[in-house]
Design a binder for this molecule. Structure first.
Ligand code: PMP
Length: 444
């Protein structure tokens, strides 16, 4: 084999070459077909060959590939923003387009800070986030994230931020506490942290409505996010929701926070917005935030060359139109129920599966050494990585996440199949995963 000059994520991995995509499947150069059970990382919500999105991209390239947003706006960006705002929760009113999730989070952090400065409260500088969360890999977003594994080598470079407990019912709720009481208790950690830092010194709180990459599709208990919203309102703290992974229909609602009955001040989306056809993310913000800056300096002190890229926006417009016109979030709800039932049936009594959780077509499976004590496997065993490898051999792509050495969470895999997957395809996915898990467990 000739030497590859591409810098792969895993330096020693000999990766197959992807050459095609058809519906829910990816195809490599040897003709092997892989069911895309995780959409890469919750990206490919429409599968790999959606005709409408492909046509929209081609038409936009033919008409106009690029015009810098310092000089022009474009039709696809305007139309996509209109469509998002028409369907967005609360009073979100403006959209700032970027190229992906980390950029959306970076933009949100800077917007929150600039809003407070222009609103006459420059002392508001603290961002509070949660442990066991992930918000991206750039320095600001990585600082906000509480994923110990991703942060460990970069500690000295990271910006200091506060991290409170996530809402992680399986691992953290004592048996004698109701889910509601547990939710209120962990949400109240936000209030305690605001008071500790200084009542008027916190600019924003950021959280994923359903925790994706770090915990594997962990939703909050009922009432948790409502309590967080109340606390933010009480102390003038902006609520930033990171729906980069769980947004755009993935949980059965166009926006995941609709499932929790709350709206943020700033909302970050990406992955499913471009559905893998183009790199695009977005930050939506409330009229109050935008108007404050418009009435002040009139200039958001931020920007990237490719913001509002017309071809990416054209792809996003076609994706969101497909989601809405075909009512795919409703389909996600019913197929999600089917998937959850199939996972329960297959893994519900499995000696090494501690928890199956998620919403819609966003499901996580947590592996344990002991179901009774919920003790995770020794991270040195690399269970999640082994399941990924065994599943790949079975022709299934699933997203692994290793457990942490502190035992705070175990190995898990995340499933985020395309919304177009049929029930038969979802059953086949569960079969392949089950064979992969058996192979790994038998090999221990
Ligand atoms: N936020 C969340 C919740 C994510 O899951 C991710 C990506 N896994 C990001 C931000 C970063 O997005 P990107 O990789 O597109 O920069």
């Amino acid at each position: 084999m000739t030497r590859s000059h591409v810098f792969p994520r895993h330096c020693h991995a000999a990766l197959p070459t992807a050459v095609g995509g058809e519906g829910c499947y990816l195809i490599d150069a040897d003709g092997k077909r892989y069911f895309d059970g995780s959409g890469g990382a919750a990206v490919s919500c429409l599968g790999h060959s959606n005709a409408r999105v492909r046509e929209a991209i081609k038409a936009q390239v033919d008409q106009l590939a690029f015009a810098h947003t310092g000089f022009f706006t474009s039709d696809p960006a305007e139309k996509l923003a209109d469509l998002l705002i028409a369907n967005a929760p609360g009073d979100l009113d403006r959209v700032y387009f970027v190229s992906g999730g980390s950029e959306a989070v970076e933009s949100a952090i800077k917007l929150a800070r600039q809003y407070h400065v222009e609103n006459g409260e420059p002392q508001r500088r603290h961002l509070i986030a949660r442990r066991q969360s992930y918000h991206g890999n750039t320095i600001g977003a990585l600082s906000a994230g509480g994923n110990a594994w991703r942060r460990q080598q970069f500690g000295p470079l990271l910006v200091e931020m506060s991290h409170i407990a996530p809402c992680y019912e399986y691992a953290d709720r004592p048996e004698d506490e109701t889910p509601e009481a547990y939710g209120q208790r962990v949400a109240n950690e936000l209030e305690a942290e605001i008071l500790r830092l200084g009542e008027d010194s916190v600019m924003a709180f950021i959280a994923e409505p359903v925790v994706g990459a770090t915990l594997g599709a962990v939703p909050a208990v009922p009432g948790y996010f409502k309590r967080l919203r109340e606390i933010c309102d009480r102390y003038g703290v902006l609520l930033i929701l990171d729906e980069v992974m769980c947004g755009m229909g993935r949980t059965g609602h166009l926006f995941a926070c609709d499932g929790d009955g709350i709206a943020p001040d700033i909302l970050c989306i990406a992955k499913g917005l471009g559905a893998g056809y183009q790199p695009i993310g977005a930050m939506l913000c409330s009229a109050r935030i935008y108007d404050t800056i418009a009435a002040g300096t009139g200039f958001f002190q931020h920007g990237h060359t490719y913001i509002g890229h017309p071809v990416a926006a054209a792809a996003g417009l076609a994706v969101v139109s497909e989601l809405l016109e075909r009512d795919l979030p409703a389909q996600v709800r019913t197929r999600g129920q089917h998937l959850q039932a199939a996972l329960e049936q297959r893994f519900g009594q499995h000696a090494h599966v501690g928890d199956i959780r998620g919403r819609g077509l966003f499901q996580g499976i947590e592996f344990v050494a002991d179901r009774g004590t919920k003790a995770p496997f020794d991270p040195a065993l690399g269970i999640a990585g082994k399941v990924k490898k065994a599943a790949f051999a079975e022709g299934l792509i699933c997203y692994p996440m290793p457990g942490t050495r502190d035992g705070r969470h175990g190995d898990h895999v995340l499933l985020a199949p395309p919304f177009i997957a049929t029930e038969a395809e979802l059953d086949e996915m569960v079969d392949r995963l089950s064979r992969a898990v058996d192979t790994v467990i038998l090999g221990l």
